[in-house]
Design a protein around this ligand. Sequence first.
Ligand SMILES: Cc1ncc(COP(=O)(O)O)c(C=O)c1O
Length: 309
Amino acid sequence: MKTAVANRFIWLGGEIVNVNEARINVLSPTAQFGLNVFEGIRCYWNEEKQQLFAFRLEDHLKRLKRSQRLLQMEDRYSLDELRQAFIAVIKANNYKEDIIVRQTLFVDGFGSWSSTSPVNMFISPIPKTHTSAEYNKKGLHCCISSWQRINDNSLSPRIKCGANYINSRMAQLEALRNGYDTTIIMNKEGKISEGPGSCLFMVKNGELVTPLLTDSVLESITRDTIIRISKNLLQIPVGERSVDRTELYICDEAFLCGTSMEITPILSVDRFIIGNGGAGDLTTKIHQTYLTLVTGNIDWYDEWLTPIY
Ligand SMILES: Cc1ncc(COP(=O)(O)O)c(C=O)c1O
């Protein structure tokens, strides 16, 4: 029997519990100071193969451990334990549809913002009802944010922690206030970094270009996937380099990408129309290939797919 969203099972502190019964300490460092690191991981249901595939699970779990290490949180769970708990909670819900899973390590107990333990974990899967094919029809009108992206010498964008999202929040809410769908944030050098929860690509003269990982960008798994499928499957040249704001205004195509939004075209930046104002040809091609890959329909990328059942 399928579990209702408001009644689903999550993994918390070694047990699988109904989400309504899950409790955390309000005085814990995670509740008071946002002391947590996390991953958003997609699983795609393949009807033909009757299988649910987690996409690049190992890479997500390795990044989770890197984030935990950079925040000096206690190293409580091995990679194996992280993976086993992830699979167990999806099976407990018997999901046979596209889902997104939040896997969070947090500092529990009664400590302060500098506490390194005790580390606890929750894993929360939820059906993903909106697909990027729907977002794609719409596309996004973006502005350049007046806020600056956090940087490696303040709060490293390399760490996927809850606290980093306050910078994204400031930028996103400013964009919404001013009538845009979302925003693109510049780094402290004034170069393009990324969206509030996504990485950025543009197309210029047939080349796919994306900011450097050292330009205040999360080490995004979708960014890496797009670079590899563009180079290896689609023979599209890819450049990783710093990008100016005005380059973006006059590029041929642009899109944002991430585990959750997959690939979503940018229609305009600061009201400069990009390309013909719709999804560009290369964007569409990359998007289609991406969806074929993540759903388990391109065999030679099998090592990126973990079967749940
Ligand atoms: C700031 C930021 N950049 C990029 C991404 C995309 O990362 P990934 O492709 O690993 O989901 C995210 C996703 O959470 C993000 O929050």
